[in-house]
Design a protein around this ligand. Structure first.
Ligand code: GLA
Length: 737
């Protein structure tokens, strides 16, 4: 779909953008009666949602006219159509999207009033490129100019950002301090329910739901990083929307520092959904001629429920030129295997055990650098500790590579322990907002990357590590909130991006994982420059089922690290059988965090079997469409990945708790081609004692059964009787009719 059937012109009054089944219809102010707004000066979104088909300019203008707001009693004399930047000075009484303070003179707070400053530029292109609209607006009195960019990607995601420039025009003020500049879109009236995600360490991305009332639901995050509680997506939809049902509108703020995401409904009936960066006092002070660009706020629409939104985000991420295309290697990470207990003999033995069962990447976690015997010291000293590694890391790296595996290394570049050589030499490089130190967190402080010498020192240390060793992968950690930094978070976040970009350009072959005390830095901006996220420090399979279910709302499985831990989860104390741990990690970028040196023969064989299953199916898992069933039984979850061509799929049926029903009802397998026949079988290494329980149903035994995609998607099949906290994996393959 390539946009309107007639060429779109900015003077036509409307612009109609179409991509992947989404339409965005904009009213542009250049047309004398296009906006229906008294200011008549800023573009407004008339429609964001279902595809409106080919519209002539006249038909598009008719939609605009038909939806103009009317004037209620006791209100401004002319009605407003909500512009892309709602204007308080023209009657918007909701959350303000642009505020600041004039620099110089009395330094008064200011709420700018913007008016269009030139025709919009429209680039429609074809369905393989983003459709783009750019427009300028200005507050002549304050000497401010705003450039707004709006793009509809080939996957049907809308993204918006603004660039504010100060000191433009005659008589302009000396500059402008930005309090905030946010992006929002009108939320259509049918969206009456809200879903957002919250969390904490080891419990990231937990869903919460509520009706949308009048008022605002604001998810401010002042962690100085994305945050364990960041919502990832805020979704508004029609009543009862689920994974596969309902019309939904969702937004994501692509920023790894302080940020907000919100929904607001006013008594007028107007509603918005939006996001943006949160700025502290003095963080963005624009001298004349300087500019500030907001993060992108991504917005998706679907009439197929959350899975439809997910599909757009996954496709968007997969379409990026830097998206990892190589098969995602099976990982062994040393953290929960040995913690700080590192030495060459022990780790070469671990590497041998890993290689023997099919591991492909060995990641040396925290504990290898100077003085790092525990989590109280050493951060900042990125040289190999000679006490632990007398011959350096090279013997281990060579051993790992010699076993046919890649070598990966853990770093936490942005941090410093006060007990480190770096801090003793450069206490002035610590990020602080006042004379007294910020409170420590995990005994650590933050390195001030705004200081050019500190930045250069860190960059050179990291480049030295990459230049000096055959490192294929960096696990980039960041283990504390930024508090009491003064006006520091904005510039620090930008510096981290710059550092990642520099390292990537020097070593494009090195993959980087974004870890932050588990999953506290998961967002689309960090994913622009990294190749994997660590979803959580909790690898308890039960908790992980939920964490991964909701992380994958936006993050495709190939970018989501998922590890098999030991039988007893370290962070919760729960015990789970290997089949449940492995079937959980299977739906991600599979890895292991378990001391393989102590495995029994049976455990090794079973784990090797799961690795084999992952390797066999990873190309499907990492390119197909994710589907999650809306199950009436809350203790029975089903998710699966269906190949693009509908020919194959892999599903997990997961029993999260005991069920009220003794006999499980049939579970539906969503996403298959209704017109094809499929063979369904239980896969995965099944130890003999488990086998009898893992029959699909009586009619099923002993071999696979054939069912149509329509039957599997609407009638379903009775799963095996699963104990609570267990799962079974089903392979579904199309067979010729
Ligand atoms: C953080 C990470 C863990 C591990 C430790 C090491 O908590 O999330 O995976 O790397 O740091 O200290």
């Amino acid at each position: 779909m390539t946009g309107a059937s007639e060429p779109v012109h900015s003077d036509a009054g409307t612009v109609h953008l179409r991509r992947a089944g989404t339409s965005v219809l904009l009213a542009l102010p250049a047309h004398p009666d296009a906006t229906g707004a008294p200011d008549g000066s800023l573009p407004a979104v008339v429609h964001w949602g279902a595809d409106l088909g080919d519209l002539t300019n006249e038909a598009a203008a008719a939609v605009e006219r038909a939806t103009r707001p009317v004037v209620p009693h006791s209100a401004l004399d002319r009605a407003f159509r909500l512009p892309l930047l709602p204007q308080p000075a023209r009657g918007w009484t909701g959350r303000r999207v642009l505020e600041g303070r004039v620099l110089g003179g009395a330094g008064l707070p200011a709420v700018p009033l913007l008016a269009g400053a030139g025709p919009a530029e429209v680039e429609d292109g074809d369905e393989t490129t983003a459709a783009r609209v750019t427009f300028r607006s200005a507050d002549a009195e304050l000497g401010l100019e705003v450039r707004t960019e709006l793009e509809l990607t080939p996957e049907g995601l809308l993204r918006v950002r603004h660039t504010l420039r100060a000191g433009t025009g005659a008589g302009a003020a000396a500059g402008f301090e930005v309090a905030h500049l946010l992006s929002c879109l009108p939320l259509p009236a049918p969206a009456t329910e809200l879903l957002d995600l919250t969390g904490r360490w080891c419990r990231e991305r937990a869903p919460q739901r509520q009706p949308i009332h009048q008022g605002a639901w604001v998810r401010d995050s002042w962690h100085g990083r994305t945050g364990h509680d960041a919502t990832l997506l805020m979704v508004a939809g029609t009543p009862g929307f689920g994974f596969g049902r309902g019309e939904v509108w969702g937004v994501h703020t692509a920023w790894s520092g302080d940020h907000t995401t919100w929904v607001e409904r006013l008594p007028t009936g107007e509603a918005v959904i939006g996001g943006g960066e949160l700025l502290g006092p003095g963080e963005v002070r624009l001298e004349a001629g300087e500019g500030y660009t907001t993060p992108w706020v991504y917005a998706g629409w679907s009439d197929r429920g959350l899975d439809g939104l997910t599909d757009r985000f996954h496709r968007h991420l997969r379409a990026r030129p830097q998206h990892v295309e190589r098969p995602r290697p099976v990982v062994l990470n040393t953290w929960e295997a040995v913690y700080f207990d590192q030495d060459l003999d022990g780790l070469t033995a671990l590497a041998d055990a890993a290689a023997a069962i099919g591991v492909e990447r060995f990641v040396l976690d925290d504990g290898w650098f100077l003085g790092r015997r525990d989590d109280q010291r050493g951060l900042g000293d990125w040289t190999v500790d000679p006490d632990v590694w007398p011959a350096g890391l090279t013997p281990l790296v060579e051993h790992v590579v010699g076993r046919g595996m890649e070598f990966g290394l853990w770093v936490e570049p942005e941090m410093v322990n006060q007990d480190s050589d770096l801090f003793r030499e450069h206490p002035e490089w610590m990020l602080r907002g006042r004379e007294t130190d910020p409170p420590p967190w995990r005994h650590q402080q933050v390195l001030d990357l705004r200081v050019p010498e500190a930045y250069a020192h860190l960059r050179d240390a990291l480049l030295g590590l990459l230049d000096g060793h055959a490192i294929s992968f960096l696990k980039w950690d960041m283990n504390r909130d930024l508090v009491d930094t003064g006006p520091g978070v904005h510039a620090q976040t930008q510096a981290v991006y710059r550092l990642l970009d520099e390292l990537k350009s020097a070593h494009p072959e090195v993959e980087i994982e974004s870890c932050s005390s588990g999953g506290a830095r998961v967002d689309l901006a960090v994913l622009e420059r990294t190749d994997r996220i660590w979803a959580s420090d909790c690898i308890d399979a039960l908790e992980r089922q939920s964490i991964q279910r909701w992380t994958s709302l936006l993050v495709p499985l190939e970018l989501m690290g998922a590890h098999v831990g030991g039988p007893e989860a370290h962070t919760t104390g729960r015990r789970h059988r290997l089949a449940f741990r492995a079937a959980t990690a299977l739906f991600g970028h599979f890895g292991i965090e378990w001391d393989l040196r102590g495995l029994s023969e049976a455990e090794s064989t079973e784990l090797a079997g799961w690795i084999g299953l992952y390797r066999e199916h990873r190309s499907l898992l990492h390119t197909g469409r994710l589907h999650r069933a809306d199950s009436p039984d809350e203790s029975l979850w089903v998710h699966g990945v269906v190949a693009e061509d509908g020919g194959r799929a892999l599903y997990a049926v997961v029993r999260t708790a005991t069920s009220a029903d003794a006999v499980p009802s049939p579970v539906r397998l969503p996403g298959l081609d209704p017109g094809r026949d499929y063979e369904v079988r239980v896969v995965g290494p099944v130890p003999a004692e488990r086998a009898p329980r893992l029959q699909l149903s009586e009619g099923w035994t002993p071999g696979p059964l054939l069912l149509s995609g329509a039957a599997l998607g609407t009638v379903g099949l009775v799963p095996p009787v699963l104990a609570p906290e267990d799962a079974v994996v089903l392979e579904v393959s199309a067979v010729p009719r």
